[in-house]
Design a protein around this ligand. Structure first.
Ligand SMILES: [Zn+2]
Length: 407
């Protein structure tokens, strides 16, 4: 494919992180770490004789030491937390559940959500800001709390402002299933609305909020919630390089790798990082062209979960809930990876589901990547599969009768 060279480059991953096969290095290190409950981990000289406090004049050093020791000595809390994340099972679903979930799909509602995104979305332009505002107000309407990750960065065209939208349902919930896309569009010499890249993926995220928002408070596992990321600055301003691409993803992954978050197993806690709250990072990109194929990537740590997507598609087709276009999700993995917004998260050990059409759509980075060339049958099916996956990951039920959330 001519498009392979520029964008679809191979990415050398580190050690394999396949679920249940090889544990991430970070996890293995946890097994060797000491316990914060063990006195051997406590800083010497911190405590005086029993019942006797040392004066405040001593210094902040002991407190700093405690903080560092908590960070350096993983406990059962984080190990248990990590185990719960990696061994999480999708909930079972009856045929009736699947039919009811499928009935939430609505082609007209989807087009309505998509329409405002089908404009040029070049960073630091009026229409780009308008799309960002539209995404924010829409997800808020469906019950999500929002915040911007706003920053400036150096680009080949000088300093530019970026802002990625973080939309979280019930933000105090500790663990997150993340769905992500990018909402900026590439600069071409001709008008380019980048329908598959990634207006449609953004609309799929909005549609997930529309369809599942009313049921999210009913999830059986109250420790996990849904977070939607609309990342900015995925596209290179000129040529794709490490510095000129994925501006928003790089900034957010860096920020979350430094922000503290206390993980707990109920009886103990440990200071870990905001990034540790992510169970799985599902990135949607290049979706909307006819006959896509999605495969898992070896080394992303989610082979088994990705196979569930293929199983869900087969199950929905078996009960007549899909449009008559070929299956999109394959159970066979890819042995190469594609550079995209997931890279800064993958490098920090976050399990990744990269739902990207490979080979890329024919219209990739061409002015013809517009609404007229979208395949709404295929989009309907992908939307349905992702909706069921999210519902099962979060353990949602009773789709026929959303109850009122008084919380
Ligand atoms: Zn692109």
């Amino acid at each position: 494919m001519s498009n392979d060279a520029a964008h679809q480059r191979s990415f050398a991953t580190s050690s394999p992180r396949q679920k249940g096969v090889t544990r991430p290095r970070r996890f293995v290190e946890l097994q060797r770490g000491c316990s914060t409950m063990s006195p051997s981990c406590w800083p010497r000289g911190l405590f005086g004789p029993k019942g006797q406090r040392r004066g405040m004049h001593m210094s902040w050093a002991p407190l700093v030491t405690i903080f560092v020791v908590y960070a350096m000595c993983p406990t059962n809390a984080l190990a248990q937390w990590r185990h719960n994340q990696r061994s999480h099972q999708l909930s079972a679903m009856t045929t009736n559940d699947l039919v009811q979930l499928s009935s939430l799909g609505n082609a007209a509602a989807f087009r309505q959500l998509l329409k405002p995104i089908l404009v040029e979305r070049i960073v630091d332009t009026q229409s780009h800001r308008q799309v960002g505002d539209y995404l924010k107000s829409t997800v808020e309407q469906y019950g999500f709390s929002t915040e911007w990750d706003a920053f400036t960065d150096t680009t080949p065209y000088g300093r530019k402002p970026f802002r990625s939208l973080i939309a979280t349902y019930d933000p105090l919930v500790p663990r997150r299933l993340v769905l992500a896309c990018h909402y900026d569009s590439k600069i071409l010499s001709q008008k380019f609305i980048a329908a598959t890249d990634s207006a449609v993926p953004c609309a799929i995220l909005l549609d997930i909020a529309r369809t599942l928002g009313p049921f999210l408070h009913q999830r059986y596992n109250q420790h996990i919630t849904l977070q939607l990321l609309f990342l900015d600055g995925e596209e290179a301003f000129l040529e794709w390089t490490e510095k000129d691409s994925i501006y928003g993803a790089r900034h957010l992954a860096e920020k979350w790798s430094k922000a503290w978050y206390p993980s707990t197993n109920g009886s103990a806690f440990e200071l870990s990082k905001e990034l540790d709250r992510i169970d799985v990072f599902m990135l949607l990109d290049l979706i909307g062209a006819p006959q896509p194929t999605f495969r898992s990537t070896i080394g992303h740590g989610t082979t088994e979960l990705f196979i569930e997507l293929a199983k869900i598609e087969t199950a929905l087709r078996g009960i007549g809930q899909l449009r008559s276009v070929p299956n999109a999700f394959s159970a066979a993995p890819n042995y190469y990876a594609i550079e995209d917004d997931h890279i800064p998260f993958l490098k920090r050990g976050v399990p990744i589901m990269h739902v990207i059409a490979a080979p890329f759509p024919r219209v990739w980075h061409k002015p013809s990547d517009n609404e007229a060339n979208l395949d709404f049958q295929s989009i309907y099916n992908i939307n349905a599969v992702v909706r069921v996956f999210v519902a099962r990951y979060l353990g949602l039920t009773n789709f026929g009768s959303p109850t009122v959330n008084n919380g």
